[in-house]
Design a protein around this ligand. Structure first.
Ligand SMILES: C[S@@+](CC[C@H](N)C(=O)[O-])C[C@H]1O[C@@H](n2cnc3c(N)ncnc32)[C@H](O)[C@@H]1O
Length: 205
């Protein structure tokens, strides 16, 4: 079984629990820095935005309600079914974020919110190359991922094996893929000091 099939099966097996995390009020439970980096960089762009690895579609719906022309794409059929039922405005497609059926330079923004966390470094580079291909010059990527104080390493994520990354190393992969960093966010929660969160906004050069 390849990595995408592993991820699809793992999320499909837990799809209802994952969907349940984003019921009413999820925005109020989301860290303000996460809300801000997505809002500040992905609203008001002059062109379409893709939410790649959109899961149940909550960020896609949120961006759509902020006036963004946004499409959500995910590998998991149940997530796409739920997203279409729950968020009737945006388009949702079943598919892979590493192989999007759109021309190069055709989008103004990409959100990859924790959707590359299960990717080994070589797969991450493939995903970043696809994000860069899709974006027009100066288009913006916002990517969320798990931060690591040590090295790039796997950890026991409750869905399937995930990676955490020193932010500086993740930023190097972004630079090599053709991005210029605009902003980074890093934080830990008092109740989860062992888990660190990160996000980077970067422009395609
Ligand atoms: C941790 S969840 C994040 C979902 C959503 N972005 C959120 O913020 O809750 C990871 C998501 O990425 C999706 N995903 C992982 N690899 C993918 C790929 N190659 N193509 C499309 N979706 C992928 C999974 O199916 C899952 O929905």
């Amino acid at each position: 079984m390849g990595p995408e099939e592993t991820v699809r099966k793992a999320y499909s097996a837990m799809s209802e629990q994952y969907i349940g995390l984003f019921d009413d009020g999820w925005e109020d439970r989301t860290h303000p820095e996460d809300m801000a980096i997505i809002r500040d960089h992905l609203t008001g762009l002059s062109g379409p935005v893709l939410d790649l690895g959109c899961g149940p579609g909550h960020w896609t719906g949120h961006l759509h309600s902020s006036g963004v022309d946004v499409t959500g794409i995910d590998l998991v059929p149940r997530f796409i079914e739920h997203a279409r039922q729950t968020h009737p405005g945006p388009d949702f497609q079943l598919g892979s974020l590493t192989d999007v059926d759109l021309p190069a330079g055709s989008v103004a923004g990409v959100l990859s919110w924790y959707s590359t966390i299960h990717m080994a470094p070589v797969e991450l580079d493939r995903a970043l190359a696809e994000f860069r291909r899709l974006l027009q010059v100066s288009g913006v990527l916002v990517v969320g991922f798990f931060d690591s104080a040590g090295e790039v390493a796997t950890f026991g994520h409750k869905v399937t094996t995930a990676y955490h990354w020193p932010v500086a190393v993740f930023a190097e992969h972004l630079a090599q893929a053709g991005f210029v960093e605009l902003q980074r966010v890093q934080y830990a929660l008092p109740e989860r000091p062992d888990r660190r969160f990160a996000a980077i906004a970067a422009a395609a050069r």
